[in-house]
Design a binder for this molecule. Structure first.
Ligand code: ADP
Ligand code: LRH
Length: 472
């Protein structure tokens, strides 16, 4: 068995992981997050690239490396191939009002009918419309940008391209008609590549930094697509929550669902591997917890979660998807304001805030999964919760109770696993998606949480939250 490396850039941390055919080992982990600059909220691309090189140096010899990251964000290259500034962070405010303007001018249903994408204010299409593209020759999504720095090759991997809002969901090619209609320059959209396609060998400069060479292979470069590829489900009757900075909750389907009901519920049809569709909704995710913890100097996540276990259930609930939670900033005070606005006493201590966040998130998971099932007709018997959130036992238990379904937790590094398994498959060392999933089921012990028998408390909690909230 060859060794394969995954470069997996999450919104809160990046890592380089190595797969040897049986185990996944961490070679390097580093923090990631937004940087406030005079030019807006941005990602430190050069810093990230430096960490990637360092991680690949530590990874030792590998046959191939694949790169995945969070979706939607991009860098622009000029005609000489130089980067025009650091990528803008999707939580930057520059897209305020753009989605509404496009909906008024063209019609949200026109975009949905072509791309099948949920409306999130930061979808690439809205970012591009808010950007200055005058000097841009090429738009590269973040993983494609890292692959470009490593190899000099230009391309757009299709799973992540599906998060732009500009990929035709039926043909999986750039939606040229829509691009033209929106007045975006067709020249900036590079040729598409698919998971498993070879990208190229390392550039000599990159190989010198790493101390050896290898090839770079396209993977499912949208981190959520890689995570779903590594959901350790034995058959098709599963829902998933890919739970990290965001919770991506939904089902895997053989074809898109482009109904008006799905659009109204803001469900997305993102591209998965092998022509599958990730029919899901974004739930605000552990961002709510990360940003809360950031506001409490000296607090430890482990201690807070333990204390949250003992807090009174359902003391306060917020809609996790309220747009007010999207930007960075003081999260506890925003949660408290939301509680007051909805006639509830705000939590009075950090553990009480954590309890409020986790119960609210579990309700968000319930709402998304139940809607995914109803809108797609897919019958599910368990929820697979993968990603860093699978290490949060309280969240897993609350999600099982809220959904009324067993939760199977793990792997925590599903994204990196999906990344390396696609490379192993491209190298002919793994047979197909079913074998990938069987391997994913064996990398760490999976934890199973059975739902409590009495779901009435969650029905009441959902009724309390109401359905009239405006969500992201
Ligand atoms: P991303 O890829 O979006 O950066 P991850 O999948 O790495 O996110 O998940 C990060 C989140 O996982 C953290 O914000 C934290 O809430 C949760 N997490 C990670 N490790 C643990 C742990 N040991 N216990 C509880 N939660 C954890
Ligand atoms: C998760 C994720 C998600 C996107 C968001 C921007 O990391 O890729 O699927 O919606 O980041």
């Amino acid at each position: 068995m060859s060794r394969f490396a995954a470069v997996d850039l999450g919104a809160s941390s990046g890592r380089v992981m190595v797969w040897d055919g049986r185990t996944l080992t961490e070679a390097h982990r580093f923090p990631n997050g937004p940087v406030r600059t005079p030019g807006g909220l941005r990602w430190d691309l050069r810093g990230l690239y430096r960490e990637v090189l360092h991680g690949l140096r530590r990874a030792g010899p590998v046959a191939s490396v694949g790169v995945d990251s969070w979706a939607v964000d991009y860098g622009l290259l000029d005609s000489s191939g130089s980067l025009l500034g650091d990528p803008v962070h999707y939580r930057d405010e520059r897209t305020g009002g753009v989605a509404e303007r496009v909906a008024a001018e063209i019609g949200a249903e026109v975009l949905y009918d072509v791309a099948g994408l949920q409306v999130l204010p930061f979808n690439t299409v809205y970012q591009l419309l808010a950007d200055d593209l005058g000097r841009a020759a090429t738009m590269l999504l973040v993983p494609d940008l890292i692959a470009y720095l490593l190899t000099g090759e230009i391309g757009a991997e299709v799973t992540n391209a599906s998060t732009t809002g500009l990929l035709d969901v039926r043909t999986r090619s750039w939606a040229t008609g829509l691009i033209e209609r929106l007045g975006l320059p067709a020249r900036i959209f590079p040729p598409l590549r698919r998971p498993g396609d070879p990208i190229g060998p390392l550039l000599p400069e990159a190989a010198a930094e790493i101390g050896r060479t290898c090839r770079v292979t396209a993977v499912a470069s949208h981190d959520t697509a890689s995570a779903v590829a590594a959901v350790p489900a034995p058959g098709p009757r599963f829902a998933y929550v890919s739970c990290g900075t965001w919770s991506l909750a939904g089902v895997e389907l053989p074809a898109p669902v482009l109904t008006e009901a799905g659009r109204a519920a803001n469900f997305t049809n993102e591209a998965g591997i092998d022509g599958t569709v990730r029919y899901l909704r974004n739930v605000m995710g552990l961002w709510l917890l990360q940003e809360s913890v950031r506001a409490w100097p000296g607090a430890s996540l482990g201690g807070l979660l333990e204390a949250a276990e003992r807090e009174r259930p359902f003391a306060a609930l917020v809609d996790p998807d309220a747009p007010v939670f999207l930007p960075p900033g003081d999260m506890p005070s925003r949660i408290a304001t939301e509680c007051r606005r909805t006639g509830q006493e705000p939590p009075s201590s950090p553990p009480a805030f954590v309890r409020c966040v986790l119960e609210s998130l579990a309700l968000g998971h319930r709402r998304a999964i139940r809607q995914a099932v109803a809108l797609s007709g897919r019958d599910v018997e368990a929820v697979h919760l993968v990603g860093g959130g699978s290490r949060n036992a309280l969240l897993c238990r609350l999600t099982a109770d809220a959904c009324g379904l067993p939760v199977v937790a793990g792997p925590a590094e599903a994204t990196a696993l999906g990344n390396v398994l696609v490379q192993a498959r491209a190298a002919g060392e793994v047979a197909g998606l079913a074998e990938m999933r069987a391997l994913a089921a064996r990398v760490e012990p999976l934890r199973r949480y059975e739902p409590s028998v009495d779901a009435s408390a969650w029905d009441e909690a959902e009724a309390r939250l109401g359905s009239a909230h405006k969500t992201i």
